[in-house]
Ligand binder design. Structure first.
Ligand code: GAL
Length: 410
């Protein structure tokens, strides 16, 4: 063994951080809410514990704000050390342009293909047989979050599905509570729409439209039902004047709103507020109508860098993010499910258990971002936010415009 290697081995055994490992990596992400910040701190803690330095590059405002900044920095020659993106098509062009680090060697050495569950998360990181990202969680958007305090105040039982939610709304109004909290950003209105599509319209309809871009399905009577339910939801959100998703979650936490349709990252907010699932709030996957989850989520990409020390640090970070300990610590705070099944989840709360049960049952969907291009997503988001804010647009108008987008989807 060479002297340097021997010294390094001794230092590792003694738990002393290696001087050669002290590399600073700037990490960009859009995790700025209370729950998100608590979760991302787990990644930073693990990286720093190895002797490197996590330089936090949080970008406030949501993925819609952060993604273009992240992408333009990479294209413009000012790459960060690592960045969050949703795996799938968001990084497609960056990978094709040869700007992202190929992680295949480390993925093979650590057997990621055997570890990652469902393996399609790794497929979302794979381009031409090579792996360009590390999946860190499974997030599903299709949840309804309900405030027990709000229903108690209104004197009605906490709903167990969307129909009950709609039926209970007048009582909430009487008690001065907004039935449905909704942040006014376009991705949130789209998330609610897609969730209603799978809950009210059913899995087949969702798959035909989102995965197969079937315009006839988008124009069908079943899809009309979805648009009508969506228009009804618009009315239920009257009085919800917040922008960010976590402000809307806060309305639920504080009992100012009955519920919110939001991804399971909302759980992180309830946790930070010390609320307990099943006691202070209830979560209903698939709006309690169709208990299904999508296995989308977040992944980290590492822009290529000429400096071999940076490349080595990037690989260390990737390897840590997928390690058992970090997977548990991060996902318990994030509200997401871990991407590996071989970890100890005895600390999982009620909502995480519901998600794990659905995952095990196999009732899972492809995530919208995995199959639709960023352009198609953008058009749908624009339509949904316009519809939400302009009550002159009827459900029928919105459906007609939606069909046209699906006809041209790529
Ligand atoms: C999603 C991301 C989640 C969550 C959410 C709200 O794009 O996958 O991890 O952070 O945005 O910020």
């Amino acid at each position: 063994m060479k002297l340097k290697t021997l010294a390094a081995a001794l230092m590792i055994t003694a738990g002393i951080p290696l001087a050669a490992q002290a590399t600073d990596l700037e990490v960009t992400h859009w995790w700025t809410s209370g729950g998100e910040a608590a979760a991302v701190a787990e990644f930073a803690k693990a990286f720093n514990a190895g002797g490197d330095k996590w330089v936090d590059g949080a970008i406030a405002g949501s993925g819609g704000v952060a993604r273009p900044i992240i992408i333009s920095r990479i294209i413009g020659g000012d790459p960060m050390g690592a960045t969050q993106l949703n795996h799938g098509r968001q990084a497609e062009e960056l990978v094709e342009a040869g700007l992202m680090l190929d992680l295949t060697e480390i993925a093979e050495a650590e057997g990621w293909r055997d570890i990652v569950n469902p393996v399609r998360l790794l497929d979302g990181c794979t381009v031409d047989g090579k792996i360009y990202c590390v999946p860190v969680n499974i997030h599903s958007p299709q949840w309804l979050w309900l405030s027990h305090a709000a229903y108690e105040k209104a004197g009605v039982a906490v709903p167990s599905n969307w129909d009950e939610f709609v039926a209970a709304a007048p009582k909430l109004r009487e008690a001065g509570i907004v039935p449905l909290a909704m942040g006014q950003q376009s991705w949130q209105t789209q998330l609610a729409f897609d969730t209603m599509m799978v809950a009210v319209g059913g899995t087949d309809l969702f798959m035909s439209i989102l995965a197969d871009a079937d315009a006839e399905a988008a124009a069908s009577a079943k899809a009309t039902e979805v648009f009508e339910a969506y228009a009804a939801a618009r009315e239920l959100s009257d009085g919800s004047n917040v922008q960010d998703w976590n402000q809307a979650t806060n309305m639920v936490i504080t009992g100012k709103a009955g519920g919110q349709i939001m991804g399971d990252w909302a759980q992180g907010e309830f946790q930070v507020a010390n609320q307990v699932a099943g006691v202070d709030y209830t979560c209903l996957p698939g709006l309690g109508v169709n208990e299904v989850i999508a296995t989308g989520g977040d992944a980290f990409y590492f822009p290529k860098n000429d400096d071999p020390e940076i490349t080595a640090a990037q690989k260390r970070m990737a390897s840590q993010m997928i390690s058992k300990e970090v997977q548990v610590a991060f996902n318990l705070k994030k509200g997401s499910l871990p991407i590996r099944g071989d970890v100890d989840l005895s600390a999982a709360n009620d909502c995480m258990k519901k998600g794990l049960k659905i995952l095990a049952s196999g009732n899972i969907l492809p995530d919208g971002v995995n199959v639709q291009s960023a352009d198609t997503q953008g058009q749908i988001q624009d339509l949904m936010v316009e519809f939400w804010n302009d009550t002159d647009i009827t459900a029928a108008d919105a459906q007609e415009r939606y069909v046209a987008i699906i006809e041209d989807a790529d």
